[in-house]
Design a protein around this ligand. Structure first.
Ligand SMILES: [Zn+2]
Length: 320
């Protein structure tokens, strides 16, 4: 089975230590997040993940977007809507994505040189482009200007993020993932959320995954109507989600099967992870599953994140 990650990895930005980097820092061209991307990419490839991320190391999933998109702002750590939402004149994530692809190719080429046949399933396939969804972004912001209704802001933001996912596709993304943790909370307008995703994904030719955190029981049937190829959710931390799958016709969609608890540094045993994946296989079939952790791993220690990914890859291989 194909393995991937949800996105974020422990972020370890690096202050300049070499003279050349110190000079770069003085000139304002040293980027301390690039070593953090390299580290996240390296760990994911070494763990054997097929579709990796750039580690989303630059900040949290709301601020990263809110501070760069015209009409949005972050003041005193509070994300806000302050005017009409318009597209920025550049991509927010394409350059990190390209950097991650470059490093990943180099590391996997080096590994392939002395590759053992038994690890052939750990082949690097590509880097996913990840954006926070418009519904989650707007519901995380304080409304201070221009819009009377959140729904209007969501649709304007959808057009901005449409540009962004197309930039990511052009930059070489293997697939697109839209993170919408708010969709399971019951407080959002699901019709607007669906319209927004449709706007964003209209012109894409690469697969699209929708990541939704939490218990998806109330919302899963609605998610099946979204213009996406894969619904990604948590099954390790929220085993009730398995029952939701039991009673559903997937209508051709695939499941991103979160099988690693990302809320703790404790490393699962191979058996625990394998048993959970087996349950998933029984319900939806392995041909309909992509294996990943429950959620992002930003809050985990680097060692725990790496070990968890390794267990997940091993479990997935045993059952392929
Ligand atoms: Zn999540």
């Amino acid at each position: 089975m194909i393995t991937t990650v949800v996105g974020s990895y422990p972020a370890l930005p690096k202050d300049p230590s070499w003279l050349i980097d110190k000079i770069g820092n003085f000139l304002g061209i040293y980027d301390k997040y690039k070593p953090a991307i390299a580290l996240a990419v390296n760990d994911q490839i070494k763990a054997g993940i097929n579709i990796i991320s750039d580690g989303q190391v630059r900040g949290d999933m709301i601020e990263t977007f809110a501070k760069k998109i015209p009409g949005m702002a972050v003041e005193n750590k509070t994300p806000k809507i302050i005017g009409k939402i318009n597209p920025p004149p550049y991509s927010l994530g394409a350059s990190d994505l390209k950097y991650a692809i470059k490093i990943a190719r180099k590391i996997s080429e080096d590994m392939n040189r002395d590759k053992k046949p038994e690890i052939s399933e750990r082949e690097f396939k590509g880097v996913k482009g990840i954006v926070t969804g418009p519904t989650t972004l707007i519901y995380s912001c304080r409304m201070e200007g221009f819009y009377n209704k959140k729904e209007d802001a969501i649709l304007d933001l959808a057009y901005v993020l449409k540009n962004e996912v197309e930039y990511l596709e052009d930059a070489g993304a293997f697939m697109i993932q839209i993170d919408e943790p708010f969709l399971s909370t019951g407080v959002v307008d699901i019709d607007t959320a669906r319209k927004a995703i449709k706007i964003m994904t209209k012109n894409l030719s690469i697969p699209v995954s929708l990541h939704v955190c939490g218990n998806i029981g109330e919302v899963f049937d609605e998610l099946l109507r979204f213009n996406i190829d894969l619904i990604d959710c948590e099954f390790a931390g929220i085993p009730q989600n398995l029952h939701v799958l039991e009673n559903s016709d997937l209508k051709g969609k695939k499941i991103g099967f979160g099988c690693i608890d990302t809320k703790t540094d404790e490393i699962e045993s191979l058996k625990t992870v394998s048993d959970l994946i087996k349950e998933g296989i029984k319900i939806v079939g392995k041909e309909n599953m992509i294996i990943d952790p429950d959620c992002g791993m930003r809050m985990r220690s680097k060692d725990a994140a790496f070990s968890k990914l390794k267990v997940m890859v091993e479990a997935s291989e045993c059952l392929s």
